[in-house]
Design a protein around this ligand. Sequence first.
Ligand SMILES: Nc1nc2c(c(=O)[nH]1)N[C@H]1C(S)=C(S)[C@@H](COP(=O)(O)OP(=O)(O)OC[C@H]3O[C@@H](n4cnc5c(=O)[nH]c(N)nc54)[C@H](O)[C@@H]3O)O[C@H]1N2
Ligand SMILES: Nc1nc2c(c(=O)[nH]1)N[C@H]1C(S)=C(S)[C@@H](COP(=O)(O)OP(=O)(O)OC[C@H]3O[C@@H](n4cnc5c(=O)[nH]c(N)nc54)[C@H](O)[C@@H]3O)O[C@H]1N2
Ligand SMILES: [Mo]
Length: 752
Amino acid sequence: MANTLGYGGMTNHLGDMQNSKVILIMGANPAVNHPVGMQHILKGKENGAKIISIDPRYTKTSAHADLFARIRTGTDIAFLYGMIRYIVKNNLHDKQYLDERVFDWESIVVEAEQYTPDVVANVCGCTAEKFLEVVKLFAENSPGCLIWNQGWTQHTIGTSNTRLGPIMQMFLGNIGKVGGGCNILRGHDNVQGASDMANLSDILPGYYPINEGSWKYYSGQWQVDYEWLKGRFKTKEMMEKKGFALSTWPWGVIDDENAENNAGTPLKALICIGNGISTITMTHKTKEALDKLDLVVFIDPYVNDAAVITDRTDNMFLLPAASQVESSGSVAATNRSYQWRSQVVKPLYEAKEDHDILFEFAKRLGFYEEFTRSLKNGKSTYEWPEDATREFNRAVKTIGLQGVTPERMKRQQENWALFDPLTLRGSGVVEGEYYGLPWPCWSDKHPGTPIMYRTDVSVMEGGMGFRAGWTDKGPDGKPVVVAEKNGQTLLAVNEPVGSRFKGGHLEITADNIESFGITLTAEEKEKVKGKNWKNDNTYILVNKALEAGLCPYGNGKARARAWDWADQLPKHREPLHSFRQDLVAKYPTFEDKKDHYRTNIRYASEQNKQNWVADFPINVVTGRIVEHMGTGTETRASKYLAELSGEMYAHIHPTLAKKYGVDNGDMIWVHGTGEGKIKVKAVYSYSVAETDIFMPQNFSGLWSGKSLVDKYPKGTAPYALGENSNQVTSYGYDIVTACPETKCTLVRIEKA
Ligand SMILES: Nc1nc2c(c(=O)[nH]1)N[C@H]1C(S)=C(S)[C@@H](COP(=O)(O)OP(=O)(O)OC[C@H]3O[C@@H](n4cnc5c(=O)[nH]c(N)nc54)[C@H](O)[C@@H]3O)O[C@H]1N2
Ligand SMILES: Nc1nc2c(c(=O)[nH]1)N[C@H]1C(S)=C(S)[C@@H](COP(=O)(O)OP(=O)(O)OC[C@H]3O[C@@H](n4cnc5c(=O)[nH]c(N)nc54)[C@H](O)[C@@H]3O)O[C@H]1N2
Ligand SMILES: [Mo]
């Protein structure tokens, strides 16, 4: 959701899916990966909602669906454009909604024109009839909700998928509606909180961009001198530059040419905290990088999977981290809800909570005082975790975390029973609050926002238009916020009910606030001079806007055209290793991209290097199984789960298997387009297409036929080991986020 409508997260919430009339699940398998969330989908079905599953595989979710369509991996954009074309041709689109709330939707209609049902059928590999069944069922029922997850993001064009999905929903007027929305089911526990707090290399907490203004704002928030902060970086330029991504860092170690993107030096040391890292594509490259680094540190409750893959024998440390039940504090769920969590037991043995390990680093590196100053916030000491929460309440204004206070979260924790799961509304002592205070929660009087972008409720009840903060290059080349583009307004035409100002407006600043009929006293004016809603520490601007029924971030249009992106309109582009070589000329990938998260990334040169499908004739899909999580480091260490699912495999269609003389249960070698190969059991399945194999991502511990069990410290090896699918996933990264392309690649197989 990050790019079309605002920042990341579900627009609606799980319980709200019970209010849908139709649920389109595309690139997600919640029956396996979100079994609790799936209960809401099934309740929706009991209430009469139609369920549609679009997947390259017939999944456990597909089995619950009223309609299933199989498509080739990486072709969702063609499918979505085909849907939009049909919707407009049959006058099923919500023209008023589009006119009022979407910038340049007309260009989407023009782009969609080429995607006739026959073109969709050809590109996606489904029949035109099946495609038409899907679009009719979805467009003729309202409200409809759209669900996606990694089936959409792990592609070179992943961000285009995640833009076109919401755009399609806006054509149906489904965003900002009960039972509608885009419900992106997130991955790990608190992954939403991790991205809100900027465990990413291209933003500061709350999605503030890494520019001078934000660093100055944060130096104020952290109560440290900006010059001191700048001094922690080699140069100011590096301070304002995106870091490596999880997917690109190995290239920063092993490819000398990337040193130029990293202040002239290859990466020398790695600290890995709470990530498996052998789960990114091309594991042999991760191994090569781990072998070459000067220093490697893992902070993990288990022996991190990557520690076993490397051949290094020195300068590698395993620091025992406490698990989640040994720690406490706020966590954010997939629907932007924050919840308080209490410590169940104190950390066992030598384990320490993650933050304590980081504090120990800060002490030894000499900046503990600066690191904890804003936690103390003028007091002699700090209270953990409450003061960490208070710090982000003060600092993270962009997504409205002001009202998500420890006191409110704890009160909610004690009163779970008083919330309605369908609306999240509280009663009794939590009357006037939504469960989890889903952001934006603009103040400690605000109830939170269970459904984003609603204009049929007031701002103080969680209403809002779209964010009005689009920027364009100003005269000096720096981005400036603009109110129009190409002669069209970027401001909405309607407004949330109860707004004192009619129509759209830019974000609230000290300079423009009075133009909305809001008056400030001379003293207030002095206090907010030069400020805007997201850097005003007095909160005067936000609170005055709320009183007048205005959303602090403005009331703008969502943009269908992203004028500053590689593809201004989402475009279908064939994967780097395409199963359909014949379509590559018509739908080529991007030009190679230099310095993409500090790495020079190949696109066209990789796609055109050879006719990949001639040598690697099988399309491979990877994904998850219900018994295991991520690398499986934790779950494969459970005897019970290892018993239920103890072996790595590849699902293969019997027709494809027979071509290779492979019987059900035979071992096969799978060779990737890179250097990797794995030996896995072939399991006959009709869930995959005749062209594809499917492999789970949750195994590791075997390396091209060889066991790594001897590399574990005594007594720490998991019960179940298996080959890692990422030994054979290919080179390829999303053009915006650098998310690796695990969902769309080619392999060759042979009987072992
Ligand atoms: N049991 C269990 N649950 C988990 C996890 C786990 O490891 N185990 N991991 C968690 C994490 S971190 C995450 S991010 C989520 C992921 O949740 P999901 O995204 O649901 O997980 P996947 O199984 O990776 O992929 C979903 C589906 O996308 C399909 N797919 C692949 N390529 C395409 C495509 O191009 N188009 C379409 N339409 N579909 C495609 C796959 O066949 C698969 O059925 O799950 C979370 N939940
Ligand atoms: N082929 C293929 N590859 C994929 C995917 C795919 O679909 N196909 N999906 C991708 C996705 S979406 C994801 S999210 C990744 C999975 O991503 P990873 O993050 O690599 O996998 P996990 O096993 O979840 O890793 C979590 C690690 O953190 C440790 N840990 C658990 N709790 C704590 C804690 O409280 N503190 C600390 N310090 N450590 C802790 C665990 O022991 C484990 O080692 O895989 C990606 N890779
Ligand atoms: Mo994930």
